[in-house]
Design a protein around this ligand. Sequence first.
Ligand code: AMP
Ligand code: MG
Length: 396
Amino acid sequence: MAALSFADARRTVVDRVREDSGPIPTETLDLSHAAGRVLAQSIHADRDYPPEALSMRDGYAVRSEDLPGALRLAGEIRAGQACTFALEPGQAIEIMTGATVPPGADAVVMVEHTRTEGHRVVIDRPVEAGANINPQGCDARAGDEVLPAGVRLHFAETALLASVGAAFVNVHRQPRVAILATGDELVELDSHPLPHQIRNSNSWSLAQQVARAGALPQVLPVAGDDLEATIDLIGDGLHADLLLISGGVSAGKYDLVELALKSFDATFHFDRVLLQPGQPCVFGAARGTFFFGLPGNPASTMVCFETLARAAVDILSGLSAPWLPLTWARLAADFRHKPGLTRFLPARLKADGTLLPVSWSGSGDLAALGRANAWLVADPGRAEYAAGDLIQVLLR
Ligand code: AMP
Ligand code: MG
């Protein structure tokens, strides 16, 4: 199978999961349990927002044509108080932020720009009609769609749902994501590794990456480099909505994952991506479940998850636009790489906004990742960058 460019691989994941997965199940939750979920319905304004013209400031409601001038103080309107009177020519009404603007008034003057003299309010400057007033319906009109289906409910979206009185919302179920680490060299945290052994760290990073994507991680026991054991555990993992396998997808004699997957009549959509770290990344489906074979080096596993597998998690979560937080920064130092591969390399986004590549000894170097806080994204078509050049960054 030919290697795909990173862009083609990501498109393949998005297209295949969108087209081949059935409808994403939904459930209705009360708002307090819906945080972080993806909306399965659109949300409409139940009335105009704001429902009446409201003052944006503490100050005085006035008629703009009366200013500058000394106005008669005719009363007070507080937030939460129904407005029962109108403003007559030559009058000012004291008004608080969020209070209803009285009929007859067309502007609010900030209290800081006024002074009182007995029962008069003196305003030395003119004011434009509409100043410091949010007109009725300027945020949304009754019936307007304020949130479409397919967005994740972060805190701002939750506030919007609360404000329109959406006490119960239809959201998508969280996909279950099985995680299977492979390798004879792996031991768990509680055992003491012998010199030829290492602790399994990929199950830990993947579980957190899956949870951060809003899905439910299910960590399986480690599979040794043994075909029968790998087939058994893959069979368990295919009961989930997505299976992530780490290790065992390179060209080594004991890289048995693809062979094990073939025993399930798997379809392979790609098995090599022009990506580093993570070149031997595998994506396909078996028994109606998508799977990824993520190369086992810790940084390869992480990068393949963030840049490819997470898109599958997002779509299986009902999200309409998979999340990939790419931005740009200026390099703090010269940078060069061998073109041909899209590279995601450890880097540190500094307080001044520049990006500093972090030196590392390769995709097994977890200590370097501890000194980094972002991924520098090296373009496969460009070899050299100078300090000060813009370069893409994947936020972590
Ligand atoms: P593999 O992809 O199986 O050839 O593994 C590549 C490298 O990643 C080897 O050095 C493995 O020891 C290491 N590795 C594989 N799986 C894990 C894991 N679960 N945790 C930490 N390192 C791993
Ligand atoms: Mg291995």
